[in-house]
Write a protein that binds this ligand. Structure first.
Ligand SMILES: NC(=O)c1ccc[n+]([C@@H]2O[C@H](COP(=O)([O-])OP(=O)(O)OC[C@H]3O[C@@H](n4cnc5c(N)ncnc54)[C@H](OP(=O)(O)O)[C@@H]3O)[C@@H](O)[C@H]2O)c1
Length: 361
């Protein structure tokens, strides 16, 4: 039985290596200029760079679409990305290891993996072959499909960074997730529930059942209810995935003294786009500092802009929870990668309300 599996694996690996050695080019979705979904181009001749020592080449099977992909396509982050066009979009990936850099020790060719790139990575994952650092990948649980796995890492690492690294939440604390119906919100509810916290959340009416089923104790429909009347205050941490002035005001008012308010809508990229990197980044730093001081003085709380960041320990916990069926991001619809324009349009116009994944054959 063992030799049959090993033989099968060896021939699969040979096939993979052959397909790789025959070319250093691969199919990828390229963004040649900023604009609507129509600017996306599927090209067959996109070069695959040589691996650096700690990098891993992944034969992608599924890549999920994040709001960041849509925003980058439309020009968000242009102060960083414009001089570097054409770009490949995409943060999440699930697939098989096709090759490893000289110093990679934790992964080997043929293993099934999933992971996510940093928000500012230049070569994204919408490609037959994606390149990620070793610590941006982890083994995919066999019980989770590539499509399911590709929906998880970017959203879950964003939630992880806020709740575990910034607020350092603990068992028994009360956590509020504003926008629990989205991918980051759902991940945050599940991570906080797994840590033994009591989770309240706001979401649209169509998401109420879903957020309660993954561990929220209280769900408030933001379209029909007054959040401040519906929720008892004194939260230890608020994760605001929406980050509008009104959600920020409400979130901060509901915190207890010493609590953490974290928004995913930090203004660093927007200010850099408006004023250029030289003036925009210092302006963003000054704005954040001003808000931190202001809220510490007026409300006695800690105010943060939080961003997704690679975190090997976080990714390992995310893998464990996914394997145990305790962390799932439901996938609403899949498209073949060749229909990436249609997929972006469906996500942008909210024709498909939840997670959209591109499948790669
Ligand atoms: N800072 C970072 O590093 C970082 C990383 C990841 C994501 N983000 C940002 O975080 C946001 C969420 O990302 P995502 O991947 O979770 O997006 P998503 O899966 O598209 O979810 C967005 C959800 O927000 C909910 N929503 C909209 N307005 C709301 C309101 N006023 N109150 C409560 N819920 C509301 C909707 O849920 P209902 O269906 O329940 O209405 C929607 O499904 C995006 O803006 C994204 O760009 C930032």
């Amino acid at each position: 039985m063992w030799s049959l599996t090993a033989a099968h694996r060896t021939s699969a690996l040979r096939r993979l290596l052959r397909s790789l050695s025959s070319s250093t080019a691969s199919r990828a979705v390229v963004l040649p200029r900023f604009g609507g979904p129509e600017v996306l181009e599927v090209r067959n001749d996109v070069s695959v760079p040589d691996l650096k020592p700690r990098e891993v080449l992944v034969r992608a099977r599924a890549v999920s679409i994040n709001p960041l992909d849509l925003r980058m396509r439309s020009g968000y982050g242009r102060s960083i990305f414009e001089p570097l066009l054409p770009l490949i979009l995409g943060r999440d990936v699930s697939g098989e290891v096709a090759a490893v850099g000289a110093s990679v020790s934790s992964l080997s060719v043929g293993q099934e993996v999933f992971g996510a790139l940093h928000p500012t990575a230049l070569r994204g994952t919408y490609s037959d072959y994606a390149i990620l650092a070793e610590d941006e990948l982890t083994l995919k649980p066999p019980s989770v499909t590539h499509v399911e796995a590709s929906a998880i890492p970017f959203a879950a690492l964003t939630a992880w960074r806020a709740l575990m690294s910034t607020a350092r939440i603990n068992e028994g604390q009360r956590i509020l997730v504003i926008g629990g119906g989205g991918a980051v919100g759902l991940a945050a509810i599940q991570l906080a529930a797994a840590a033994g916290c009591n989770v309240s959340t706001t979401c649209g009416s169509q998401s109420i059942e879903r957020v309660l089923s993954v561990g929220a104790e209280q769900a408030i429909d933001y379209t029909t209810e007054d959040i401040e009347l519906a929720i008892k205050p004194q939260f230890d941490a608020v994760l605001d995935t929406i980050g509008m002035p009104e959600t920020e005001r409400v979130g901060i008012n509901l915190l207890k003294k010493g609590g953490h308010y974290m928004t995913l809508q930090g203004e660093a990229a927007a200010l850099a786009d408006r004023y250029g990197l030289t003036f925009g980044i210092p302006a963003a730093t000054a704005m954040l500092l001003k808000k931190q001081i202001q809220y510490r003085y007026s409300h006695g709380i800690e105010y943060w802009w939080t961003y997704m960041r690679a975190d090997a320990e976080g990714l390992d916990q995310i893998r464990r929870l996914s394997e145990a069926g305790k962390l799932k991001i439901p996938v609403e619809k899949t498209f073949p990668i060749t229909q990436v324009r249609e997929a972006h349009e469906a996500k942008e116009k909210r024709v498909v309300p939840g997670k959209v994944v591109l499948e790669i054959d």
